[in-house]
Design a protein around this ligand. Structure first.
Ligand code: GLY
Length: 391
């Protein structure tokens, strides 16, 4: 009985709303209704073959081609809205924006084929069972696996840039989901082995003893030795860049979901237990936990959204107070993102759902703007939360 209560109580606590506070059910309905309208508006603002990326300083839509690493998030968001609303018009848009990406299944010159295909085709396959989607996911995973170097034990992130020989960024952990999903779909166990090798090597070389992560580790591809550790998008080489920490939290939780191995769960818990005490009162992180401008610096809604989604899932893998703590923090982040401060007003922001994300502050690119991945992981967090509490 005590064990049962320790599982049920956190969920009940999350369901109870304080007097005057919007229930999570009403909040979720409100956000998905807004998302359906906003994402349809976004489609109407796009030209042929364009993917939404962000908004410029004049308030104009910035689009990309399909090769930009974020091209899968908009179709992914459309699939998530279709999942919640059952709106056939949104499904048609999801199918259109997913099929635009089909050549990416053969992409071997970048690691983010995982993000691109798993969010779009992955959700499409999960919701429709379309066998063509399944084939594309498996082809994409095989393309990604060509970037694996067994001496290093990782898949290479970027082919470009600076003096790196074999750069691996913490973000790359997210691409492992495509490998694990395709391993299950195809029965090709080598894809799972690549993912597990990458996850274990990253745990060893990206993470600091306190549970925070470096952004980029450069390896010698001939020996596997670490050549250097640094940041690209964070405040400093030694700092905790917020989205990078969120990617790691999400990805080690996902690794546990696919493998059931405790080492991944322990890593996810370690990351969560480092991050949660460092969050501001409303739960949405500053763009880097160590920025010297805090508390006057920018928040990163995308890091908050990724964390919220990860924490909802992580709360299901632990019990008692830990579970309640993770779920409670996820709810706090979700409530803040669903407030007027972060949620776009109807018809505003060119059709993006969330404001106030930071893409690359050191590069002065996409600072305090809407970004497609903030929208995607916010919607996923809401779906995960509502699936959990309706059980
Ligand atoms: N490189 C992916 C990101 O900005 O999080």
């Amino acid at each position: 009985m005590r064990r049962l209560l320790s599982i049920v109580m956190p969920v009940c606590a999350a369901l109870l709303s304080c007097a005057g506070q919007e229930s999570m059910e009403t909040l979720t309905d409100r956000v998905f209704s807004r998302a359906a309208d906003q994402l349809a508006l976004l489609d109407s603002n796009l030209g042929e073959g364009e993917c939404p990326r962000s908004i410029d300083s004049d308030g104009n839509l910035v689009a990309s081609d399909i090769w930009w690493w974020c091209s899968g998030f908009y179709p992914g968001s459309l699939w998530l809205v279709y999942e919640y609303t059952g709106d056939e018009g949104i499904r048609t848009l999801a199918e259109k924006h997913t099929s635009m990406l089909d050549t990416l299944q053969y992409r071997t010159n970048d690691h983010d084929v995982g993000f691109q295909l798993n969010c779009s085709y992955g959700n499409g396959f999960r919701l429709t069972g379309n066998p063509e989607y399944r084939e594309i996911l498996c082809n994409g995973a095989r393309s990604l696996a060509t970037r694996f170097n067994p001496v290093v034990g990782c898949t290479r992130s970027w082919d470009h840039g600076r003096t790196w020989k074999f750069p691996v960024i913490i973000d790359n952990m997210m691409n492992l989901e495509l490998l694990l999903e395709a391993a299950e779909l195809s029965g090709d166990d080598s894809l799972r082995e690549v993912a597990e090798s990458h996850a274990m090597t990253t745990m060893k070389n990206h993470y600091r003893p306190d549970g925070s992560s470096f952004h980029l580790v450069d390896y010698d591809p001939g020996t596997g030795e670490v050549r250097g550790r640094q940041t690209v998008q964070g405040f400093a080489d030694w700092s905790a860049w917020s989205r990078g920490q969120a990617w790691g939290l999400y990805a080690y939780t996902m690794m546990y979901r696919y493998t059931g191995k405790d080492t991944y769960l322990e890593q996810a818990r370690k990351v969560a237990d480092y991050l949660l005490p460092r969050l501001p009162e409303d739960g949405v992180p500053y763009w880097d936990y160590d920025s010297d401008l805090i508390p006057e610096d920018y928040r990163d809604a995308s890091a908050g959204a990724v964390m919220a989604s990860a924490l909802v899932e992580l709360s299901t893998f632990v019990q008692g107070e830990k579970s309640a703590g993770y779920l409670g923090t996820a709810e706090k982040i979700i409530r803040t993102l669903a407030s007027d401060e972060y949620l776009s007003a109807p018809g505003e922001e060119c059709g993006f759902l969330l404001k106030h994300s930071v893409g690359n502050k050191p590069g002065n690119v996409e600072v305090d703007v809407p970004l497609t991945y903030a929208d995607y992981y916010f919607l996923e967090a809401l779906l995960r939360y509502s699936a959990l509490v309706s059980k």
